[in-house]
Design a protein around this ligand. Sequence first.
Ligand code: SAM
Length: 490
Amino acid sequence: MSAFYPVFLDLRGRRAVLIGGGAVAEQKVRGLVAAGAHVTVVSPDLSAGLTDLALRGAIEVRRRPYRGGDLAGAWLAIAATDDRAVNEAVYAEAERLGIPLNAVDDLEHCSFIAPAIHHEGDITVAVSTGGKSPALAVRLRQRIARLVGRAEARLCALLGELRPELAERVPDARARTALWYAIVDSDVIDFARRGDSEGARGRIDDLVRQALAVPRLKPGPDSPLPLRAVHHRAHSSEWERETGVVYLVGAGPGDPGLITSKGLELLRSADVVVYDRLVSAALVAEAPASAERVFVGKQPHGTGMRQRDINALLVDRARRGRTVVRLKGGDPFVFGRGAEECEALRAAGVRFQVIPGVTSATAVPAAAGIPVTHRRVASAFAVVAGHECDGRSDLDWEALARVPTLVVLMGLSALPDIVARLRAQGAAADTPAAVIASGTLPEQRTVVGTLEDIADLAAAARLEPPATVVIGEVVRVGLTHPVRELVSRA
Ligand SMILES: C[S@@+](CC[C@H](N)C(=O)[O-])C[C@H]1O[C@@H](n2cnc3c(N)ncnc32)[C@H](O)[C@@H]1O
């Protein structure tokens, strides 16, 4: 348990005394002046910056060493000297007068410590390591700075502006809190990112209207739980239910750098991460250390958590008020069973949002240098699931044989069947084809051939799933390597 109690102080118009005149003192003084404090600096020597501030009348200066009585009238004090004896004397005076003191790098003589700060508009994030490692605090602050940027500051300003209006429109405090959560968990931030404050207002207005409307039978991502019902809910379990949310986040095709920045942001603030087999371990590691991590992927021999148990898990955690990130390989809605999970969440009245991902259907061919469309040779592409073709398939193979580029996911084991079906529908034997295994990863391997020999080439190369198959002229156009060459990036 931390021994420090975090607060944000209103220093406007209050006296702060700073003992010391070097670079560290200057940095502290600048922070105090920016917060509106009246600053007195006590030091025989002053840095150039402090001299400048004194000349401009921004601070008062006593150009001499500290002496007892210097803290008189102070509301806050900082000792930025490297002399422990001075710190000790200042500390004794501060304690006697009941003035909070921070002695820089001298924890023993501190009654408060200064956190590493990240400011963005009205948002301030303070990081403390309890005085144990200021350097770590700074690094953590820098990571936070990547998450809390101008869009968040813009949103914060807008929400502050709308606060009185919302208090009037939704007088019930609990209902209003539920609505605030619905707003900040919604896509309003996307409008802020685009700098579209009118759009953001409109979206918030929609959410307020929906919240005040008669309950819908099936709430979805755009319809937070009806607030009329919230008025009558008193139990904490019901309360938690309103704050829980599930984000279905596309993790991309394998390379952890290919998640969207929005997906990563949500992942880094998740309470629970539920992830599949093809999701990179490096991405799962991005979740907070305290987050619950649940692996639900199918094992190679076909075992794994059943879909209905995954759905139940998502609903359960959201109902406990958790922020759940359901991390799925590629894009959640491309053969990812994302739709089923959304249906289950909607049926359970759990709020959810889908964050699209970079699908392997286009990214894996791209990683092998194959564009799925090309102005001269392919003005359309189709994406199909190959495991459908193991003897049975509902797909229209006659039509698929005519699509300029065919991308097949989960098609490695059924590759001979796929080739046979296309050939039976008139596809030419010399149609270029490629199989890319572990695309975008360091172990990526690509086998290139034609419909005539691609199944044999892939088998001979002993390619392992996950693999994506691309069939069409784009294979020839995109690759710089001669056809039939086995390319290994490893
Ligand atoms: C169950 S599907 C999920 C697809 C995913 N939702 C997407 O949008 O990429 C899994 C299939 O995607 C393809 N796949 C996923 N990651 C891949 C990778 N790194 N390299 C090659 N193919 C990949 C394979 O065909 C694999 O069998």
